[in-house]
Design a protein around this ligand. Sequence first.
Ligand SMILES: Cc1ncc(COP(=O)(O)O)c(C=O)c1O
Length: 398
Amino acid sequence: MNKNDKIALSEDVFFPLFPPQSVIPVRGEGCYIYDSDDKKYLDFAAGIAVTALGHAHPDYIKVAKEQMEKLMLVPATFITEEKLYSAQLLADNTCFDNVFFTNSGTEAMEGALKLARKWAYETKGPDCNEIVAFHNAFHGRTYGAASITNKSQSQPFFAPYLSGIQFAHFNDINSVKDAISDKTAAIVIEPVQGEGGVTPADKDFMVALRALCDEQNIALIFDEIQAGMGRTGTFLAHEQFGIEPDIATLAKGLGAGFPVGALVAKKKFGAHFTPGSHGSTYGGNALATKLAGFVMETILADGFMEHVSTMGQRLTAGLEDIKRRTNKIEDVRGMGLMIGVDTTWDIATLRNALMEAGLLTTQAGANTLRLTPPLIVSADEIDEALHIIETVLRSQDT
Ligand SMILES: Cc1ncc(COP(=O)(O)O)c(C=O)c1O
């Protein structure tokens, strides 16, 4: 079957959820992907901030093979060495005490909402079930996560969503104060809004948010699904703001390609999940947690986070340089290797032109180019991406 036949078949067999892509990826190696015509692409999408260790990492493959031969899955009620080790790595390297492994980010969010509501029900009263989320936030596609995702308001056909959700403005503490009440159980926020346009929170705002939650006895939940796991240059993104959330959600970079997420919480909150409160068939399976353990060991190794920060600075500085030298870039923002670029181009046209030139990227927000390369990206690969971006941007008068 040739490529066009495959694209035609895909239109027939899949739900029409995504416009068909002209590239069919076949294999990956490090920061590169090869398509069905063996064309090579520098992968600055990384599955939207997922493949932190690049593609076909030899040690990752070895660990996966060995674990598959040893033990893949047992009922989730069992402790396995792999699950225990990964949970301990999370507890030892974060401010959190309790861990529950999931298969995706959205499931971790469901767990976070349930935990916060149960904590509030039991400590503040049964009416205390409201959640404050933020405009432009993205937390996932299951009903709880979708209900705290602003986009739900433009998708009325899926209603009814969870009730008791208020939306505040990101980086605006007064709007949060207006949104809370004595019924607020939790405030949930991305430290860097990803899908919303790669917008980092202001440090002052985060400090004020933490103080507000302490003052009002409200659980503070950080969605670190995209920004966590070393992406911003610290193991978790909240470290950059000098504050600690009560509950957090992880996924994406945690498995670096294999589906695994986690809900983590301080004991004060975690203790409210009791037998029967929550669970998952696949969540915390031996294979997923073995790989998560391997990924965390790699990210936590000496020098890794410094590498992410240095590469992030190189990419940002290079983009700022292009901004100065051309009139094609309007804004560069982000943290570490999570970078958003506003340009004078239409985003779809730009991403297609970049792909044609050999660079894979993603879109964030209405018109932002998002760059989230594997965390192992090298200086040469950053420079190659910058060269492609500048060449493409200069190729059209806009
Ligand atoms: C910040 C954030 N939260 C939640 C999710 C949902 O994660 P998943 O797609 O693994 O369910 C995403 C995915 O893009 C995300 O970026």
